[in-house]
Design a protein around this ligand. Structure first.
Ligand code: FAD
Length: 478
């Protein structure tokens, strides 16, 4: 019997899955496998929040397979050894998988390919995680794009294929599998994720439901409301996309259907699609410039005089900086595993520019705490904010956390929700509590320094220090 192993990785769905589709076509029996191999990813093994999501997503995928008469084979350990053993155990001669683009994963694919070939086993890699494979969109000179706008324009000249249906699979139930619980992916003592099921439904079905909800309720206002953290104005699809529960093609196709039906505002749809474009751009950059998660894209930033102050970093992580919009964002992250994009930009800018902390410190914290932590998007976004990345925000453009709060959280709903200790302040002072007259503070029952911290740094001074620090690398390497 021709048996094919489908090695699931960051593609935890059954629909629009080219590797699964090919296995159903080529094999008489298909064995779905997921291998938990932290060693392979090294320092980029999933962080705490991602592990929570991964557990639930795998549980859901296993349920889907059980409904089709099979199950997911869970194994824990070194991927290459386990895949080879599984081939021996089941008589499989080929392993099909979706391609990944993280440097460690791409290397793993290469090594595995060579190792399996020595044993007359085949590894076939399929696309499925991107709209456009890296290398399929290049400049006229054949180079990788380093600027988003021409990249996205070029992408739009390519067509996006329709998503594939769930294939008919011939599955079995007789292969030994670890229990998912034995991997210990869920937090125990304390269980900091106990409320997360109120925010999230990991899995393909949960992803589809969220997409439909977004298309029904929010996409029409996306262009106008996507920057307002108090409003449900963005899709919150990022963890579903990251774990491959929805392919970008599935989302793209639903957007096209919406545009064709003219049910929604097409400017908003295009804006939303362009955000998927930023994800594509990040992956494309990671593929061609694999050191992005670890080293500044612009060389001169390697000389930047960063400061490492544990106390300040801790205050930032815990939402105790004294700047309400920053603290609200960091607390939203801690409580839900997510943070609104506008606020991500503000807190990242605050860390790198107001506190002069290396962007890698922020990248690591996000890696551990975000449910959508993604090597490509996280690395590129941190470098974008820090000013060190490709097509980055200019370093000298330093977000003022007070005006950002006043502009994007005008009525203060977001800050009042996440920083309840200052909820009693009038709108006028909510984003700058230190300017509140003592009488008003007293009326609101707030003692600054006790109930809520004084600002960690003075905005004007911090801004000047950031600009001075930037001068040092600007002069040394223009
Ligand atoms: P929507 O606005 O609904 O966008 C739709 C989808 O487009 C998102 O789900 C996401 O897949 C993609 N997307 C949107 N904006 C971006 C962007 N700037 N870059 C890349 N893809 C984007 N996104 C991650 O998925 N993982 C990360 O680890 C991550 N880290 C970030 C770190 C910083 C410092 C910043 C500023 C941004 C980061 N982002 C990251 C990008 C962005 O903030 C999130 O993708 C977005 O907030 C997810 O919410 P949403 O699904 O509601 O987005």
């Amino acid at each position: 019997m021709n048996t094919i192993i489908v090695w699931f990785r960051q593609d935890l769905r059954l629909s629009d899955h080219p590797a699964l589709q090919a296995a159903a076509r080529d094999g008489e029996r298909c064995i779905p496998v997921y291998i938990h191999d932290d060693g392979a990813a090294g320092t980029w093994a999933p962080g705490g929040a991602s592990r929570w999501w991964l557990h639930h997503s795998l549980e859901k995928l296993d349920q889907q397979l059980r409904e089709l008469g099979g199950h997911m084979v869970f194994r824990n350990g070194a991927t290459a050894d386990l895949l080879r053993e599984l081939c021996e155990e089941t008589g499989a001669t080929a392993i099909y998988c979706s391609r990944r683009y993280e440097p460690w994963a791409a290397q793993q694919e290469q090594d595995l390919h060579a190792l399996l070939a020595d044993h007359d086993l085949t590894l076939r890699r399929y696309p499925g995680s991107l709209l456009h494979e890296p290398g399929s969109v290049l400049t006229q000179g054949g180079d990788p794009f380093k600027v988003f706008t021409p990249f996205w324009r070029a992408c739009q000249r390519n067509t996006v294929a329709k998503p594939l249906p769930v294939p008919e699979l011939s599955l079995t139930t007789d292969i030994q599998s670890d229990s998912l619980e034995s991997w210990g992916l869920l937090p125990q003592k304390p269980n900091w994720a106990q409320h997360w099921p109120e925010y999230w439904s990991p899995g393909e079905e949960g992803g589809r439901a969220r997409l439909e909800e977004f298309l029904d309720e929010s996409v029409g206002q996306y262009a106008a409301e996507r920057d307002l953290p108090a409003v449900k104005g963005t899709s919150r699809l990022s963890p579903h996309i990251h774990f491959g529960e929805l392919s970008p093609r599935m989302i793209w196709d639903r957007c096209e259907q919406y545009t064709a039906g003219a049910i929604s505002d097409s400017e908003s749809i295009s804006k939303f699609q362009a955000e998927l474009g930023w994800r594509e751009f990040s992956y494309h950059l990671l593929h061609f410039f694999p050191t992005i998660p670890e080293a500044s894209f612009k060389d001169n930033f390697e000389e930047f005089p960063w400061i490492h102050d544990e106390g300040r970093i801790h205050a930032w992580q815990r939402g105790q900086t004294g700047y309400p919009i920053v603290d609200a964002g960091m607390r939203e992250l801690w409580s839900t595993g997510h943070m609104h994009n506008r606020v991500r930009m503000v807190v990242a800018s605050f860390l790198c520019k107001h506190l002069l902390t290396h962007w890698r410190v922020g990248e690591d914290w996000f890696w551990d705490t975000l449910v959508d932590a993604d090597l490509a998007s996280n690395g590129c976004s941190w470098q974008w904010v820090a000013g060190s990345g490709a097509d980055a925000a200019p370093y000298f453009r330093i977000f003022n956390p007070v005006t950002q709060g006043e502009k994007f959280d005008k009525q203060g709903e977001y800050v009042r929700h996440w920083v309840p200790e200052i909820a009693g302040l009038p709108d006028k002072f909510l984003h700058k509590p230190w300017e509140t007259p003592p009488m008003i503070l007293e009326e609101a029952g707030i003692s600054l320094g006790d109930d809520y911290p004084h600002p960690l740094v003075d905005h004007k001074q911090a801004r000047q220090s950031a600009l001075d620090a930037y001068e040092t690398i600007k002069l040394s390497k223009p």
